[in-house]
Ligand binder design. Sequence first.
Ligand SMILES: Cc1cc2nc3c(=O)[nH]c(=O)nc-3n(C[C@H](O)[C@H](O)[C@H](O)COP(=O)(O)O)c2cc1C
Length: 320
Amino acid sequence: MLSIEPNNVSHIEVWNYLLGGVAPRPIAFVSTISKEGIPNLSPFSFFNAFGSNPPVIAFSPSRRGRDNTLKDTYNNLIETKECVVNTVTYQMLHQMNLSSCEYPPEIDEFVKSGLTPIDSDIVKPKRVKESPFQMECRLMQMIELGGKSGSGNLAICEVVKFHIAEYILDENGRIDPLKINHVGRNGGQWYTVCNANSLIKVPKPAEIKGIGFDNLPDFMKSSFIYTANNLGRFALVDKIPDPEEAKRFVESYPIIESDEYAFNMFMSCGDYKSMLSSAKYLLIKGNSKSRILFELTAKCAVENNEIDFAWNVALFASTI
Ligand SMILES: Cc1cc2nc3c(=O)[nH]c(=O)nc-3n(C[C@H](O)[C@H](O)[C@H](O)COP(=O)(O)O)c2cc1C
């Protein structure tokens, strides 16, 4: 591995490693206003939330790497102590990027980006109409993290009002990640788009006390079919199912007359139920790869979050 002490390389290299390694990062699209009343809008991806009572967010308008000057967002925050943090969606990506050009303080990036300013309820800075999640904030503390080029400044802000577009909510009133279409920032010119292709649902460990990796049977850990992710998911159950019940489950399952070609077709569709029926037929026919076929079925089920089905098939596979 490349092992680096930050003092031995330039701050630009450190910045590039941080950008690529701490990623993807959410983007705070920050609206401020100068004491002369000039609006400012800029993105900051050194950003996150830190507690909900009170709701606190923080982002870092750092010192410019080029000339160690302070950014307009920093200056406005120090002067007025207010901002609005808007979330960035895929639909706004290029307009957000446009707003990050280093325009002089007298230039309004709402005008430059073509995004629409709308009044806030509590603070003076405007909200971005196109953003479906907006937070009116007050500066709690600005912490300087150094005085050199590229040094960060941590703007810690309390959210005093949320504005959430109803169209991004699910039926329980929670924000639906499939609807909000967030973008995150990676290193270089790369961004991440949150959509059905990039989102993955993972059960919350808080609801289950998993047996843990250490309690997985050896036949599972030594299988070359299961990935580390599969094993991690297998280990998130309260207890290992009874092998006798697993056997009864598999034996009572219907059989489909099929060949390996059909099995592979079911696999490519993620149809673990038909995979099991097909594997059973191939086992009866004496297929020499039967154990692998059952393990592939368990793998497919675990990847579809059908954990009981997966455990039953995995336990049965170990007996072949
Ligand atoms: C997606 C994205 C994320 C950015 N994140 C940061 C950041 O976390 N900190 C920072 O100082 N600059 C960041 N920048 C650069 C600022 O947006 C840029 O310097 C901007 O011109 C500052 O504007 P201002 O001087 O009006 O405040 C980012 C730019 C982009 C496009």
